[in-house]
Design a protein around this ligand. Structure first.
Ligand code: ZN
Length: 165
């Protein structure tokens, strides 16, 4: 079984952020398989910081987290992560959906972020308080903030400010 196969089969796309660094995680596996997966990643010199985590909500299951040991790979992961946010902000605009904005007295803005339900064509909005240094969306709070990367709402806000709107 090659490393690439393990990665594509067992790894969720959304990386975790722990200790200011991005980690990969496997999908949720039965505990017996978690131990085997742990042994496999721990024995592979391409990976570091390998940990076994038991699911708090489902104690018969768990997953393994790990990072690439090559610093250049780790750096590329963060660049990729940041590029993904820029792409998400742009994709929204490319789909002719618009972010709607409201100002708060403290200079922050409320971003109404559109979400298209592809099945029904219905558009709904999530509201977030956004400034260049913070956003209250989950992506910023749990991932971007810890990596010093801007979320898609902050990117949309800075695009808008560049256009002088
Ligand atoms: Zn955000």
């Amino acid at each position: 079984m090659s490393t690439i196969n393990i990665l594509s089969r067992n790894t969720k796309r959304a990386p975790l952020v722990t200790g200011g660094q991005l980690s990969y995680r496997t999908v949720l596996l039965p505990v017996a398989r978690v131990a085997r997966a742990y042994a496999m990643y721990a024995a592979n010199p391409r990976f570091t910081d390998v940990s076994m985590i038991v699911s708090p909500t489902s104690p018969n299951n768990g997953y393994v987290t790990f990072r690439p040991s090559n610093p250049e790979c780790a750096e590329r992961m963060i660049e990729q992560f940041s590029d993904d946010r820029a792409r998400r902000a742009q994709t929204t605009l490319d789909n002719a959906l618009t972010y709607e904005w409201d100002s708060n007295p403290d200079g922050s803005e409320i971003c109404y972020s559109p979400k298209l339900n592809k099945a029904t064509g219905e558009i709904t909005y999530d509201a977030y308080t956004v400034s260049p240094t913070s956003c209250d969306c989950a992506d910023y709070q749990y991932r971007c903030r810890r990596l010093n990367v801007q979320c898609k709402h902050q990117i949309a806000q800075s695009l808008r400010r560049q256009e002088g709107l």
